[in-house]
Write a protein that binds this ligand. Structure first.
Ligand code: SF4
Ligand code: SF4
Length: 122
């Protein structure tokens, strides 16, 4: 169903996922820094939305892979298996376009079946 190809496409661009309070706590713990230090060095806040800084067109934590794997935001952990896939085939196709790790062999029904099984096991 999915095997990450480590291509890094999902970490590129001028924005990143936003962090919720649990993400921030996890990141602070993982980095062993103060909240202020983490905010200043790695994060940006715009209209109360906290995101990771972008450096050279990618997330500040990206260097040939994610360098904060165990402290990354939950949305990064979830990607590309987003529940919206189950509601519309177009969502799966859009995600396929940006993620080469998604299986091309399974048709939509088979993909959803496996994905539902996966979610039930989590
Ligand atoms: S785009 Fe997909 S295959 Fe590439 S690094 Fe991200 S999750 Fe892995
Ligand atoms: S935290 Fe890691 S997985 Fe998430 S965007 Fe940054 S480098 Fe990519």
């Amino acid at each position: 169903m999915f095997l990450c190809r480590q291509c890094g496409h999902c970490c590129q661009g001028e924005t990143t996922v936003s962090l919720d309070p649990d993400d921030l706590d996890r990141m602070i713990k993982h980095l062993k820094m103060t909240r202020g230090e983490v905010m200043k060095k790695y994060l940006r806040e715009t209209h109360n939305v906290i995101q990771m800084k972008i450096v050279d067109g990618h997330c500040i934590f990206y260097r040939e892979g994610c360098t904060i794997h165990h402290g990354k935001p939950w949305r990064c952990s979830q990607w590309p298996l987003h529940p919206s896939i189950l509601y519309d085939e177009a969502n799966l196709n859009a995600i396929k376009d940006s993620c080469p790790g998604i299986s091309r062999k399974l048709d939509y029904e088979a993909f959803c079946r496996k994905f539902t099984e996966y979610l039930a096991l989590k």
